[in-house]
Ligand binder design. Sequence first.
Ligand code: SF4
Length: 532
Amino acid sequence: MNRNSGRGEGIVLIHPPAAKACEAPGGPARLAGALRRYGIACRLWDANLEGQLALLTSASGDTNANGGSDAWMQRAAKHLPENCASLRGGKLYAKPDSYRRAVADLNRLVAEAAKPYGVRLSLADYEAGGLSPLRSADLLHAAAAPDTNPFHRWFRERLPEVMAETPVSHVGFSLNYLSQALTAFAMIGLIRRAYPHLRIVLGGGLVTSWMRSPGWRNPFGTLVDCMIAGPGEAPLLALFGKSPDGGCNRPDLDGFPLADYLAPGVVLPYSASSGCWWRRCSFCPEGAEGNPYRPLPPRRVAADLRALTKRFHPVLIHLLHNALSPAHLRALSVAPPGAPWYGFTRITPQLADPDFCRRLKDSGCVMLKLGLESADPGVLVALNKGIDPAMAAAVLENLKEAGIATYVYLLFGTPAETPEAARRTLAFTAEHAEEIGFLNLAIFNLPAAAPEAETLDTGEFYDGDLSLYRRFAHPRGWDRGKVRRFLEREFKKDPAIAAILRRDPPLFTSNHAPFLVMAAARGGRKNGGAGS
Ligand code: SF4
């Protein structure tokens, strides 16, 4: 059904709550760049940032007016303006204790604002007591009863203002995290009722995963006009009767309130590819979902980044790739983008070259996120990571030597892992603790679509038709409970590892880690040290 009323051709692209409000979202920025180049009106709306700031302000106002429930709430309410200002300034990141206190205070305020709705809200997550984002029936319920959402009061007031700014025919939601799903649907429900002539489009990483799951059947047909899997540029252009001309689309941040993010300046999100160039790791959804690898030519990436840096003056570039390819890393080392940068990459022979790591540092690389997963050779082979512990050790050493921080991702409880293998990972991590900046620890989830799932004894993981994972009986009895106990009682208790974990920025984790690294380096230089 064509619901276009003819009131204006264009789209509002919405980044719904809740997600970390520390940088402009990359997906809508990329789409805006493409749509605007074809002359299609596109209003970017970071409803996540605005909504969180509105909840913070109202919780602080209520507490200041009514006295607050306890001393912590009173402190959080009183210091809201200065905590936001410090997170937007550079100095706080050099004082880890003050940084933690500011983040904890903001978090307490948003949590308190959502409590009356039975929602556990944090600066990074959203959990509703009775509703699950894994159940389509619950998402439809959220759409039918938007007033049960903690963002509803703000959203109901703000929506008409946004709609009045740009006459549009479409509203697009970029849905990437489970923590956004219930509020996105609450917003969809409200828009559907208030603006029945608008066409609603839903895309993003989470929607792509739903649509590429085995047995996907669209349960949202009555609510959403169009669902898009994968990169949205071509399907969105098609909605407006245009086809891609193969020209250069650059992300466009115009319309995002760049000074309001909880970061010390503009963070430029940029992606030079979709999919993953490696795509061989077993159990990785990238392979299981069949997402094709589509890279931009390295020269084009270098030119894009230089142009975007000139235009937006970022304090940091966040490269959003699943894994930066060796060709893209080489291009960055040859043509620095002109601002500090960080991103995810694989451990490869390229990074085992100390000279190359130094060139990367000179190009502005502050931090690399590395998926090591395990330090057990057998587990690495079973996971098809294409790396071994010796290469990982050399890479960590070179990056440390070059002054590039590392954010290392470990994955426990994979089907090939045993308690002994997990202890080898512990020993490796402790041995290389000096070279590891930050750690992310995860327990393995089995993607429902992974072909390897067929070799395992599996069952439902979560009670929900939209669940992307399956429960499985670990072939060696190394189940989630045992893994969790190992992590709590052994892994995190190791003194060298505990010291790394204490460094992790609470809630903002890898998004704020580069700021801590840069602040420490500035402090090191001031004190005559090398810094890293
Ligand atoms: S490198 Fe990362 S994204 Fe690529 S296949 Fe492996 S786990 Fe998946």
